[in-house]
Design a protein around this ligand. Structure first.
Ligand SMILES: [Fe+2]
Ligand SMILES: [Fe+2]
Length: 275
């Protein structure tokens, strides 16, 4: 019986994962995998604060409000719980709660309404970019890890993120009509959110995960070196064409134009990511 979230119809549950069959030997010594899983667990767990800000922003829109609070938020929090459980199973000595408290103190400052887009339609564009980011993150993480339970978990989460993207995109289309948003408005929202991706929650999470992971360890590597190692590992498997396709979708370019810009944009984005 699923005791938590009983009112919510989740696509999968924590109990579906067989944590007892984790092949710890494959991952326990991997600082990079630890940091990727742990930082993701922080961001997902922190979505509780962000979700309320979003729900407030869409007050009066029952359909969006209900989906946000009953599905989206419940799923993001489940991602956080599952990733945390994985971290504690493989690295039981890690003080997850202590590290998370540090992360949250910094992250909570980002979750104010000033960080939201000026209109609801543009906020939906921003949400599409965020869900594109998580979809591609978990797809890359799935490809770089070879521990079966972690592969199972990352793929389940990736599937949820794709569904989130689809919902936000559908709501974007509705608000685009209502607000009569033109391409420059959409492009502006896209641009703002894409720029934020590099200096946002994921980076704060990675910094705190690393600080707590290497705390007290002699010869702890400098943070810049850790960050570079983790980025390089992920970028080798990062589905950049898919990321660009998902990011451009709200612009509703014609099929030929989309095809024409996709590859050069993916090349530029790949270069920017590796700098
Ligand atoms: Fe998530
Ligand atoms: Fe999501």
């Amino acid at each position: 019986m699923h005791t938590d979230q009983s009112a919510v119809d989740l696509r999968w549950h924590l109990e579906d994962l067989d944590f007892s069959s984790i092949d710890s030997a494959r991952v326990r010594g991997r600082d990079d995998i630890f940091l990727l899983v742990c930082s993701a667990s922080f961001v997902e767990s922190g979505s509780k604060t962000y979700a309320q800000t979003l729900v407030d922003y869409f007050a009066g829109d029952t359909e969006v409000g209900e989906w946000l609070s009953q599905h989206w938020q419940a799923e993001e929090l489940q991602h956080g719980r599952a990733l945390k459980a994985y971290v504690l199973q493989v690295w039981p000595e890690f003080d997850w709660d202590g590290a998370y408290a540090d992360f949250f103190a910094e992250y909570a400052k980002l979750c104010t309404s000033e960080e939201l887009e000026p209109t609801r339609g543009q906020e939906m564009v921003a949400r599409c970019v965020v869900e594109m980011g998580t979809t591609t993150y978990y797809q890359a993480l799935n490809a770089v890890c070879d521990e079966p339970v972690l592969r199972d978990l990352t793929w389940r989460i990736r599937t949820d993120e794709v569904q989130h993207y689809r919902h936000f995109h559908r709501y974007f289309l509705r608000y685009q009509q209502q607000e009569k948003l033109h391409r420059p408005h959409v492009l502006a929202a896209l641009w703002r959110r894409v720029l934020e991706l590099r200096q946002s929650d994921a980076d704060i999470a990675l910094r705190h995960a690393a600080a707590w992971r290497f705390r007290g360890r002699e010869q702890a590597p400098p943070y810049d070196a850790i960050r570079k190692q983790v980025y390089q590992l992920m970028s080798a498997q990062y589905p950049m064409e898919m990321a660009v396709r998902m990011a451009l979708k709200p612009l509703q370019l014609s099929a030929w134009l989309q095809r024409w810009v996709e590859r050069p944009m993916a090349a530029v984005a790949r270069w920017a990511l590796l700098r």
